[in-house]
Design a protein around this ligand. Structure first.
Ligand SMILES: [Zn+2]
Length: 81
């Protein structure tokens, strides 16, 4: 009888550990997706890395520019000439 109770308690512990571990994995998934998001160097808005232009400044600094800001810069250049 005692063995049965212990076995059930053990199963509950294992089950809850597995459940919370699984839950933690699910909650970690959006973080992985968030790493694909980068701030624009000009407007500081967050965009998907795939939608942005990456430029290396100097030896190490990487700057991301969003499409909106690049088009704005292009328009500003057009106004100058
Ligand atoms: Zn921008």
């Amino acid at each position: 009888m005692v063995v049965t109770v212990l076995a059930i308690a053990f199963l509950i512990i294992i089950g809850s550990v597995a459940y919370f571990g699984f839950k933690a994995c699910i909650q970690r998934a959006p973080d992985a997706r968030e790493q694909q998001v980068e701030k624009c160097a000009i407007c500081r808005k967050k965009f998907d890395k795939a939608e942005m232009l990456l430029r290396e400044i100097g030896d190490y600094k990487l700057l991301y520019f969003c499409r909106e800001c690049v088009l704005k810069l292009y328009a500003d250049l057009g106004l100058k000439n």
